[in-house]
Design a protein around this ligand. Structure first.
Ligand code: ADP
Ligand code: MG
Length: 685
């Protein structure tokens, strides 16, 4: 049960004054649902203004606050010209306040002639004159503006303004109660951190490193604690020891020898499975490193030991592909493998459910549907999760574990820096496939200007004439899924003009049947070109596809580019990756694309990505997509996570049930960050 003290924070946003149905969508877009979300909606940056007594004091380009008196209105000569308000300062210097669009009425109301107003905005030059375009604030009273010369700039969505957002956040802050201290007092003192409530207020008021760090630390601590509680609970759980006799694995006829890394990983897994305490292991291996066969061998161990195995894939496409691959590889063993997805209906569904219940199905492969209540296993011994979503792992592990003591192997193709491994997987044991199967050719990666699109299309035509296939990846416009789609559809249309039926389109909004059909045409070689949004990032394996074009490559993160590129270079033919870039590139983008050309080492790319994006920024950039955190930036994760981790460990060692005073505070923390699945694992929690 959530501590009562947190109730005000978990109240719906609709309880805030001024939040009506009109704001529902814009707020939802930002993930702002409850009071808690508002208080943690931290500014991206601050605008700093200087109060000046007269215009002579200000400089061009400076953000100022100044008292001005409007003296004349000037409507534009054409309806398109701005509406201008001529205003003078205390010395009689003139300045123009310019309003574009149809804002004349509003401007007149705000700036009545002859009445002094406090104006905040950026001082610019326009011809011979000084001008402020669309002042940020106009106020009859100076006090408010002078008291807040640093103004928070919040992430917004359409339909919201900074003023509105700031007011909502301030209102939400008044609902924040005092909370007990969950951090180790020594840490708080040493770092000079304010207490929680104070930290929140300060973080919204000004750049306040200590405040921001404290809030980030809280989140990191909550995460570490929750993952450790999962781990501790796991150790207490009695599972079944699975000892295989090797008869099924011996029957496998793999077309290749295992790499050293694969053999090591399998041995580690075998060791874990032989213990009664459920395995909690992460298999980390770059794209193409051969995780699938490790999964298969692990599943076979479970079957040899008389249990069943399940392989959970993030998408249907991938589930289907795993099914085909595993069934082919495992054919000589005679094990019964089934595919189960949410789409199975009627008789087919019934028969799979029966098979799982009576144990005639040894291994099931599917999407999350395999964990629905309706699915009952005779004896599920091992779950392998082909993890693509990078976070929420702890939670998912718990779901698959709950009470059953099932062994669990999570696989990830995302090479993440060690610091982030800790953040996302906490106390899991890790096996790394740090060696690619032999004979892989380097992928020839080139950066090409977008203007040369025509040449690229011709290169594609030549490529197809050799019988090989290709991918075309359209960029992801983060702001809008609809725009993404439009871009992909438009590109597909253009390429269809040239390649006709040979070009198929796949994107995230398609019906699964359509998506499968398109994938199928491509995988079988009927279609030569797969035009896609980033949905292909997850695990498609078509060795004959040896060319990849990525449009607006500068928009992607390095890790993501790496994942995408990993779709080619899977066969024996030489592969090429063309990174199309826009006209204007920032220094960082240039560096990133150069790195892609230079290396194919996923771990190195991940480290560099972290370096290029993360370090040094005062407020940091939150990267909610890549980490399980909303508050902590990459930089903060790197700096503070090791500390949070140690702090969490100490707390659990001293008070594993979280029953002491600090333990109780830590429970509050876990609920605050919705890591309460950790609490629920506590005995009697
Ligand atoms: P991952 O899932 O790690 O990205 P896969 O398991 O799909 O990689 O393997 C990529 C390709 O490498 C597959 O075609 C697979 O058959 C092949 N492969 C796996 N292990 C080896 C090996 N030891 N030697 C040669 N090829 C291998
Ligand atoms: Mg894979």
């Amino acid at each position: 049960m959530r501590p009562d003290l947190l109730n005000p924070l978990f109240a719906e946003a609709s309880g805030l004054k001024g939040v009506g149905p009109g704001l529902a969508r814009p707020l939802e877009k930002l993930g702002l649902k409850r009071i808690r979300d508002f208080i943690y909606h931290l500014p991206d940056r601050f605008v700093h203004r200087r109060a000046i007594a007269d215009l002579d004091e200000g400089s061009i380009g400076e953000q100022v606050v100044i008292a001005l008196t409007p003296v004349e209105y000037r409507g534009g000569p054409s309806p398109k010209a701005p509406f201008r308000v001529l205003a003078e300062d205390a010395k009689g210097n003139l300045c123009t306040l310019a309003y574009f669009g149809r804002n004349a009425g509003w401007a007149k109301k705000q700036l009545p002639l002859g009445e002094k107003r406090w104006v905040a905005g950026r001082l610019d030059q326009f011809g011979q004159n000084l001008q402020i375009v669309h002042p940020d604030h106009v106020n009859p009273e100076g006090a408010a503006m002078l008291g807040q010369l640093a103004e928070a700039i919040y992430p917004l969505s359409e339909g919201l303004t900074q003023g509105r957002m700031a007011a909502l956040v301030q209102q939400a802050l008044t609902h924040a109660p005092d909370l007990p201290e969950w951090c180790e007092q020594g840490v708080v003192d040493r770092m000079g951190w304010p207490v929680w409530r104070e930290a929140l207020t300060q973080a919204h008021r000004d750049e306040h490193k200590e405040a921001r760090d404290r809030l980030a630390y809280d989140e990191l601590l909550a995460n570490s604690l929750a993952l450790m509680l999962v781990r501790a609970s796991n150790r207490r759980t009695q599972g079944q020891a699975l000892r295989g006799d090797g008869r099924l694995r011996g029957a496998l006829k793999l077309p290749f020898a295992l790499t050293g890394a694969q053999a090591r990983a399998i041995a580690e897994i075998e060791g874990d499975l032989a213990q009664a305490a459920p395995m909690l292991r992460l298999l980390q291996g770059d794209v193409g490193s051969g995780k699938t066969v490790v999964a298969l061998e692990s599943l076979l161990i479970a079957v040899e030991a008389g249990a069943q195995g399940a392989l959970l894939a993030p998408t249907e496409i991938l589930a289907r592909q795993h099914f085909e691959t595993l069934r082919r590889m495992a054919a000589p063993t005679g094990v019964n493998i089934a595919l189960y997805t949410g789409r199975d209906k009627g008789r087919a569904r019934e028969s799979i459910l029966m098979g799982l219940m009576d144990g005639s199905i040894d291994i099931v492969i599917g999407t999350h549907a395999i964990f629905q209540d309706a699915v009952v296993y005779r004896n599920l011994g091992l779950v392998v999760i082909d993890e693509q979503h990078r976070f929420g792992v702890g939670q998912r592990l718990m779901l698959t574990q709950k009470g059953k003591g099932t062994h669990c192997l999570a696989m990830t193709a995302t090479p993440i820096p060690r610091t982030l491994t800790l953040a996302q997987y906490g106390e899991m044991d890790v096996s790394r496939l740090d060696e690619l199967p032999p004979g892989r050719q380097a992928i020839d990666t080139r950066v090409v200007a977008q203007e040369r699109l025509g040449d690229v299309v011709e290169a594609l035509a030549r490529h197809f004439s050799t019988g090989q296939q290709a991918y075309w990846v359209c960029p992801m416009v983060r702001e809008s899924e609809v725009a993404d789609l439009a871009a992909a559809e438009e590109r597909h249309e253009m390429l269809s003009l040239r390649f006709g039926e040979d070009a198929v389109l796949v994107h995230g909004q398609m019906k699964p049947e359509q998506k499968d059909a398109a994938m199928e045409r491509f995988a079988s070689g009927q279609a030569k070109l797969l035009v896609a949004t980033t949905v292909i990032e997850v695990g498609v394996d078509v060795p004959n596809a040896t060319l990849m074009v990525i449009e607006q490559a500068e928009r992607f993160g390095l890790a993501q580019l790496h994942q995408l590129r990993g779709r080619v270079g899977r066969g024996s033919e030489k592969s090429t990756c063309l990174l199309l870039r826009g006209e204007t590139l920032s220094e960082v983008s240039r560096e990133r694309l150069a790195l892609m050309r230079e290396t194919q080492d996923g771990f190195r790319l991940a480290e560099e990505d972290l370096r290029l994006r993360g370090g040094g920024e005062l407020l940091g950039t939150r990267q909610s997509g890549d980490t399980p955190f909303r508050v902590a930036s990459l930089d903060q994760i790197t700096r503070l996570l090791p500390m949070a981790h140690d702090d969490a460990r100490l707390l659990i060692e001293r008070d594993g049930g979280l029953t002491g005073e600090r333990g109780a505070a830590a429970r509050v923390l876990l609920y605050l960050f919705e890591r309460d699945w950790g609490v629920q694992l506590l005995r009697g929690g």
